[in-house]
Ligand binder design. Structure first.
Ligand code: FUL
Length: 610
């Protein structure tokens, strides 16, 4: 065991330097460092270079690929966010088989499985003592079932790591909004999960909170939640509303090209986070979370690596109509290169269906995805790439490429147990007697992949243009990733050409469809898949035959999670209605009147009867 590892083991959560703070110092800061305010920028940079992950963060980053299972009452209602009033008797998977989940995921290269033990609807997948709103009140296994236990057992059987998602936002708990009482209730739920199911490797606290200004306002006791985890599962990482794992900032599977695990973003669970982050003018979505420029004004730094969470389908929960919308191999591969290849862990969601099985459509795609990764990454075109290299700014190293090898990917890794240091690097290829540039990147971190048009090369050269102290490059490799065909993504959520429509207003959105039609469903699709402050969240949907007399078809609708996952949401209407005018009256997530455009509306109409 080397000096660093000895220290890491002895002091996993130290928030202070081991020895001094001089530039030549070889000491490390684990997980957090505080600047005194007197350092020059060079001194700050040298300290930042010596910020390292805790042992559990390091183990977490090394997993690279983890799986999310969104499963619960929504699976049976077809919703993305339940409102907590669902009848537990709806929960009745006919063939639930956690063995099938974990076996499939293991075969497909996943290292950990995280289950939505409780989503925002408050329905618990384990027989909790805290509420009757759980599997214990469902017909599944006559109320004797425990999904968390079945998943845990399957994880043990297959040697898979295990994590739980427990939504702080609870739309069912009557004590929600009575802050001390709900915090106690939540800690009891957390305690059950962290006590009764063996080792838990990740605890995922969602930041989503859809309570409007008129809803109940809960003040969470993050500190007590944090301490509960520390006490019961000290090796678990605490994600999102936690200080071990950071949300990348979108649900589209898109990481940052410049991704600092050593970041100035203060985790949201700390009371000082708003003040710190506002002072630096940053959010979780900010482009720059760690450059020298932003270090200048930072007062502290966190090892807070990013996690890219995305669903294999448009929604997080299983919906029958999305069986044909499982992401293509090309989309999954792009997501992989833009998450794992951008110094992040990929958390891919594969939602079990109503039978309680991973659906055939998802399993087939997962297998294709695994086979593709195997094909690409089992064939490293470089022979000596894993010899470690202490690289100072301005230095390069060349690597011989196996003869006749085509390549289009170069992968570089830093030994992050000694910190994240590279700020800019360039990759070149030698062919036909000359060097040509393949591309350049900024950060490397645990893993960075660069893609470029395919070529044949005799050798490649990695040049470290700029770094903090000297970088510790642990691996350089090169691969050939076969080109994958794109699938057309023509919108299938509007069946009536817009050429006959006219928009009469935008807030509310009133549209004249041009002729009477038999309306079966409508869709709201934020323009360009972007979340805007003026977007619709809560809505009322009405229709009219003459534009004067209106009939409300949905009075209290919600486009659940649209702020984080701004994809088309289709609402099926209770019955087919003849309409010519439609009206969408909506409020934004901040409860202001929403502004919408005709292009964001889709209608599904039934052809006229002959
Ligand atoms: C979001 C939630 O609101 C979604 O329903 C989903 O669970 C996703 C992973 O996080 O914030």
């Amino acid at each position: 065991m080397n000096k660093i590892n000895q220290f890491l083991v002895a002091c996993s959560l130290c928030a202070f330097p081991v020895i001094g703070q001089a530039q030549q110092d070889t000491s490390y800061f684990v997980k957090h460092l505080q600047f005194s305010g007197n350092e020059s920028i060079d001194q700050k940079v040298a300290m930042a270079a010596r910020l390292v992950p805790s042992p559990q963060q390091l183990a977490w980053q090394q997993m690279e690929l983890t799986a999310f299972l969104h499963f619960g009452i929504n699976t049976f209602t077809g919703r993305e966010w339940g409102d907590g009033t669902e009848d537990p008797s709806l929960f009745n998977p006919t063939e639930l088989d956690a063995d099938q989940w974990v076996r499939t995921l293991k075969e497909c290269g996943f290292k950990m499985v995280l289950l939505t033990a409780k989503h925002h609807d408050g329905f618990c997948l384990w027989p909790t003592k805290t509420t009757s709103h759980s599997v214990a009140s469902s017909p599944w296994k006559n109320g004797k079932g425990d999904v968390v236990r079945e998943l845990r057992d399957a994880c043990t059987k297959y040697g898979m790591k295990f994590g739980v998602y427990l939504s702080p936002w609870d739309r069912n708990a009557s004590c929600y909004g009575n802050s001390p009482e709900y915090n106690k209730f939540f800690i009891e739920q957390l305690t059950e999960l962290l006590t009764n199911y063996g080792e838990v490797h990740e605890v995922w606290f969602d930041g989503a909170n859809g309570e409007g200004p008129n809803g109940k306002k809960q003040v969470y006791d993050w500190d007590a939640f944090y301490k509960t985890i520390q006490r019961l599962q000290p090796k678990a990482v605490m994600a999102i509303m936690g200080d071990d794992v950071r949300w990348v900032g979108n649900e589209r599977g898109l990481g940052r090209e410049t991704e600092w695990s050593a970041t100035v973003l203060t985790p949201g669970i700390y009371a000082r986070s708003n003040a710190n982050n506002e002072r630096l003018n940053i959010t979780q979505q900010a482009k720059d979370l760690g450059s020298r420029n932003i270090l200048k004004d930072a007062t502290e730094l966190f090892w807070y690596p990013s996690e890219v969470d995305v669903s294999i389908r448009p929604g997080w929960f299983w919906h029958e109509e999305e069986n044909a919308k499982v992401k293509s191999l090309k989309e999954l591969s792009d997501i992989y290169f833009q998450s794992v290849g951008y110094n992040s862990v990929l958390l891919l969601n594969i939602p079990p269906d109503r039978r309680g099985l991973l659906n055939e459509a998802d399993v087939a795609r997962l297998k294709e995805f695994a086979a593709y990764r195997r094909q690409v990454f089992s064939d490293d075109k470089i022979q000596n790439g894993n010899v470690s290299w202490t690289a100072c700014a301005g230095e390069s190293r060349s690597y011989a490429v196996r003869p006749e090898s085509r390549l289009n990917v170069v992968q570089v890794q830093e030994d992050i147990s000694k910190g994240q240091r590279v700020e800019k690097f360039t990759v070149e290829a030698y062919h036909d007697g000359r060097w040509q540039s393949l591309g350049e990147g900024t950060t490397i971190g645990y893993k960075r992949m660069l893609r470029f048009p395919e070529l044949t090369a005799d050798s490649i050269r990695v040049h470290i243009d700029s770094c903090r102290l000297c970088a510790n490059i642990s691996n350089v490799s090169a691969y050939y990733a076969p080109t994958l065909a794109s699938q057309s993504s023509a919108a299938d959520w509007n069946t009536l050409p817009r050429s006959t429509w006219s928009q009469l207003s935008s807030s509310p959105l009133v549209v004249d469809l041009g002729k009477p039609v038999r309306l079966k469903a409508f869709t709201y699709a934020p323009l360009n898949g972007e979340a805007k402050p003026t977007m619709a969240y809560h809505y009322q949907f009405s229709v009219s035959e003459d534009g004067k007399e209106w009939k409300v078809l949905v009075s209290d609708g919600e486009f659940s999670n649209i702020m984080h996952n701004p994809l088309p949401q289709t609402v099926s209407l209770p019955s087919v209605t003849i309409v010519r005018y439609v009206k969408l009256e909506a409020t934004t997530p901040n409860d202001a009147p929403a502004v919408m455009a005709m292009e964001e509306l889709g209608v599904t109409v039934v052809p006229d009867e002959k």
